[in-house]
Design a protein around this ligand. Structure first.
Ligand SMILES: Cc1ncc(COP(=O)(O)O)c(C=O)c1O
Length: 469
């Protein structure tokens, strides 16, 4: 009888909670469909990888935030932070639900305008606005928040040239007890710079004072921090009015509201993040407490990004290979990596198979397709047996993934949105090589006309010395 071939044994670490004497862990999720459409059907129709957005979930999130704000403030408006996800379809849903556009560059501003958002429904933040962009914003009556004194001076010159008196607000950096403290955006409150800037606008004779905006940090899971920033900004608005006689037009708080993603460093699941109602409650009560009970509250703008859209996006991907690493760990290579999931570097994204393969559940490393060691989506995630061709869903990826994705080694895949009636619409087609090469220009002298056909095989006789045998 032939002896079976020797197979090198593999030591697999036994992870508490995965297998036990009662058998396989039962609570492993699988995601076989998205908003009623089977994952296999989506991938067959639109390819893999594939970004899939749920319009139903997005509208529900926006509605929840709007309702929460309305309960806490008589005049609160959501502003959709474009950089979080500026796919036209996503922005259009926000605007249909009544949100303003919050943009931080001329490109984002133009995108909002092309979508049909009027200038006076655009909040223009950002630390690097150019003269041309500011001229346009002034002409179209956008809600401008100045980031630094050069911008105020530039706006004064534009105002003089146009013979107008535009309204200009301020970005204010303040201490809301958040660590690390964000200090780079706007004018520092505690050092007096913010008051100086407000005086310059209000008394300079060329501008009207607009609103006061503050952005205290990112992924802030403590609603009380927004309460503190709201109270501080409201007190500052009162101080500005007293000092200059000019009443700021509004207060603007955001972004930084957490999504349900799980930070890499976090113990508990991101699903325990505060609800939008908790943020709204902290802000609303702080503003009421800061008021004198008779003067109407200043209108409130709330700039939100990830908290509204993160949960609405899933990336479908396909297993390309399954391998065993030298240290015994199981690894899979999938067709989507950090080229599409920039946020994988700081979130523990959920990676879930589309079907229950039933096999042994094991801690698995999930690598993307890039020829780069840093292309790792999860260092360790419990997954069942998988085979090449199996589909996975990765979530939440609705925020900052599409906008920060890159054409690096691979072109970007299609994005679809599933409407509330369960129909999938392509909202960004898969890229083709011309999307990458279109802007390229090859100088005449570098043309390779003389080269032989690609793929032609060079014969040894043409390439090397004649053989002697
Ligand atoms: C000025 C401004 N507003 C809003 C946001 C949205 O932030 P988030 O996605 O954390 O809500 C950002 C993002 O950095 C921002 O810079």
């Amino acid at each position: 009888m032939a002896r079976p071939a020797y197979e090198k044994p593999t030591l697999v670490r036994n992870t508490i909670g995965l297998m036990n004497k009662a058998g396989r862990r039962a609570d492993l999720d699988e995601e076989s469909s998205l908003d009623g459409i089977p994952v296999t059907k989506l991938c067959a129709e639109f390819g893999s990888p594939l970004f899939v957005f749920s319009e139903r979930r997005l509208r529900a999130k926006i509605q929840e935030a709007k309702d929460a704000l309305a309960r806490r403030h008589p005049k609160a408006t959501l502003c959709w932070s474009y950089k979080t996800n500026y796919l036209d379809a996503i922005c259009a849903v926000h605007h249909q639900e009544g949100s303003l556009a919050e943009v931080v560059s001329g490109m984002e501003y133009e995108k909002a305008r092309r979508l049909g958002v009027p200038g006076d429904r655009i909040v223009f933040n950002g630390p690097a606005k150019t003269r041309t962009e500011l001229e346009r914003a002034v002409q179209e009556r956008a809600i401008v928040h100045a980031d630094h004194m050069e911008e105020i001076c530039l706006l004064e010159r534009i105002a003089a040239e146009r013979g107008e008196r535009p309204t200009v607000g301020l970005r204010v950096s303040l201490d809301a007890g958040v660590h690390p403290r964000w200090d780079r955006f706007g004018f520092n409150l505690e050092s007096g710079q913010a008051l100086q800037a407000a005086r310059r606008i209000a008394r300079g004779g060329r501008l009207n004072l607009g609103g006061l905006h503050t952005h205290i940090g990112t992924f802030i899971t403590e609603p009380a921090a927004y309460g503190r920033s709201a109270a501080t900004l409201a007190a500052f608005a009162g101080a500005v009015e007293k000092d200059t006689g000019a009443r700021p037009t509004h207060l603007d708080l955001g972004g930084g509201y957490a999504s349900t993603n799980t930070l890499g460093s976090q113990y508990h699941s991101g699903a325990l993040a505060p609800t939008f109602a908790e943020y709204a409650e902290a802000i609303g009560s702080a503003l009421v407490d800061a008021g004198d009970g008779t003067t109407p509250l200043l209108p409130l703008l709330v700039e939100a990004g990830r908290t509204l859209v993160d949960d609405c996006g899933t990336l479908l991907a396909t297993v390309l290979s399954v391998k065993r690493l030298g240290d015994g760990r199981r690894a899979i290579v999938i067709d989507a990596g950090v080229n599409l999931l920039f946020t994988a570097w700081w979130y523990r994204l959920n990676v879930v198979p589309a079907r229950n393969t039933g096999g042994f559940i094991e801690e698995t490393v999930v690598y993307g397709p890039l020829c780069m060691n840093i292309d790792c989506i999860r260092e360790s995630v419990a997954l069942p047996d998988l085979k090449p061709g199996d589909r996975l869903s990765i979530s939440p990826v609705g925020a900052y993934c599409v906008t920060q994705s890159m054409q690096f080694i691979h072109l970007r895949p299609a994005c679809v949105m599933i409407d509330p009636r369960g129909r999938a619409h392509v909202i960004r087609r898969a890229e083709v090589l011309e999307d990458l090469t279109g802007p390229e220009r090859l100088p005449e002298y570098l043309r390779l006309e003389g080269m032989r056909e690609p793929g032609a095989v060079r014969r040894p006789a043409e390439t090397g010395p004649a053989r002697r045998d």
